[in-house]
Design a protein around this ligand. Structure first.
Ligand SMILES: Nc1nc2c(c(=O)[nH]1)N[C@H]1C(S)=C(S)[C@@H](COP(=O)(O)O)O[C@H]1N2
Ligand SMILES: [Mo]
Length: 431
């Protein structure tokens, strides 16, 4: 690109904000792709024909098909699917990932929410399911689904992230896979249900109580110890997911939702909450979900998902179409609250520019960030770094790795990078 053109783009877009062509975060509000540069660069915008409608496509010539009782995505979107990692011989055990790289915005369609099952998805008859609250309470209570539905409800938008998400970053070599393949044990939904504090209030928790043991009604009866404090704070018994009854894969007829805590603690198919004065050291919190330290000791009960971000556009599998004006965008989130800042670098971390955060920016929810980039066609390294409202900053991968034993893979929240080759190929690189 000519220096003169570059300068014109930068001027129209509101200025250069960091090295290697990152533009000011307000630039997208001011200028479209065309206005910001030279017609069509990078974006492939074409000139419209003089007379529109002369050659109408076939779908304009016959009536469309009829109504459907439950709508499905367009057949042209059939590749937008979850990807699986299953354990051999154990069909219901493993994970499926949200294809983050094929979605936009921040909410995950219910059919694409990631899945993590320890022994398959139970087929629960809601008329025979009960949630029991017992242990250190004055009044042990059993709630049918119908009873819970009569309680006052609230809606909250929150992410759920498996603590094993992005676990491959502990490996020596960067895995060459999509943004969803790397980070897709992550989804975000509007959850509607009953505040757990309301139900615990009715059961009247004893003074010595400190923990609540949550147990699922699946074949492994997955159990986790949850601090009582969290249960009395923003914990919810979720009954609805994005407006419809929670999906079987997500815990139908109800799940425990612990905003910001590692996925595993959000017990699905919830059947029992036992109030205790100590944690139980359940199988799922001793054999797994601990952090193995270099000295061979393990840290237990690491609940919070750290502040994190990843660039989704561009990412592996999306090649650049020549030099020009691009929007770099991605997702940022924190288990501790709101994302306060996301910075992007196009020169491998030498300089950083603040990205625009697309509203709404919600606590413990996915936030979309965007920044205009004028790619000059030379090899570049894109990175993003998030900061949350508590002031926590995403660490570098090497800082993260140095904290743990080399086989420890839970809670990776290090800075991620993509290299853009001169031919436009996007590769996963460690930065
Ligand atoms: N009862 C039960 N709850 C469970 C699990 C399970 O296997 N059984 N998996 C846990 C794990 S490890 C994660 S990451 C989340 C995944 O929730 P999702 O499948 O709705 O994405 O559920 C958690 N709750
Ligand atoms: Mo998980």
């Amino acid at each position: 690109m000519e220096e003169r053109d570059k300068a014109k783009i930068a001027e129209l877009a509101g200025g250069v904000a960091a090295g290697n062509g990152l533009l000011d975060r307000r630039s997208l509000l001011r200028a479209g792709v065309l206005a910001a540069g030279i017609a069509g660069i990078g974006a492939g915008v074409a000139q419209a024909a003089e007379s529109v409608g002369a050659d109408a496509p076939e779908w304009m010539k016959t009536p469309g098909r009829s109504f459907s009782p439950y709508g499905m995505p367009s057949k042209w979107q059939e590749k937008v699917q979850r990807s699986f990692t299953l354990l051999p011989g154990r069909p219901g055990t493993g994970t499926s990932r949200t294809p983050l790289h094929l979605l936009e915005g921040t909410l995950t369609p219910n059919g694409l929410h990631f899945e993590r099952h320890h022994n398959g998805v139970p087929d629960i008859d809601p008329n025979r399911h009960e949630l029991v609250i017992h242990g250190l309470v004055k009044r042990p209570l059993a709630f049918s689904v119908e009873t819970l539905m009569r309680y006052p409800m609230e809606s909250q938008i929150h992410f759920v992230e498996c603590s094993g998400n992005s676990g491959s970053f502990n490996q020596r070599e960067p895995q060459q896979t999509t943004a969803g393949g790397l980070n897709g044990l992550l989804s975000c939904s509007e959850w509607t249900g009953v505040r757990l504090a309301t139900l615990l209030g009715e059961a009247e928790v004893n003074r010595e109580a400190k923990w609540v043991i949550a147990e699922g009604a699946d074949a492994v009866a997955m159990s986790r110890s949850v601090p009582l404090e969290k249960c009395l704070d923003d914990a919810m018994i979720a009954l609805y997911q994005n407006g419809e009854a929670i999906r079987p894969e997500q815990g139908y007829p109800m799940r425990l939702l612990l905003p910001g805590f590692e996925g595993n603690m959000n017990v699905k198919w919830l059947r029992r909450l036992k109030v205790m004065n100590e944690p139980v050291n359940a199988r799922d919190e001793t054999s797994h979900y601990t952090e193995l330290m270099p000295n061979g000791k393990a840290r237990q009960y690491m609940f919070l998902q750290g502040v994190k971000s990843a660039i989704i556009k561009p990412s592996f599998g999306m090649n650049m179409k020549g030099p020009g004006f691009y929007e770099v965008s991605g997702l940022a989130w924190s288990g501790s609250g709101r994302v306060s800042k996301v910075e992007v670098s196009a020169d491998g971390g030498k300089s950083w520019a603040a990205a625009a955060l697309t509203p709404p920016v919600l606590s413990k929810a996915l936030t979309r960030f965007r920044l205009a980039w004028q790619w000059d066609g030379r090899p570049s390294t894109l990175m993003s770094r998030a900061t949350d409202e508590k002031g926590e900053v995403q660490p570098t991968r090497s800082v993260w790795v140095s904290q743990y034993s080399p086989i420890q893979f839970y809670h990776f929240n290090g800075i991620q990078g993509w290299s853009i080759e001169a031919d436009g190929t996007v590769k996963h690189v460690y930065v």
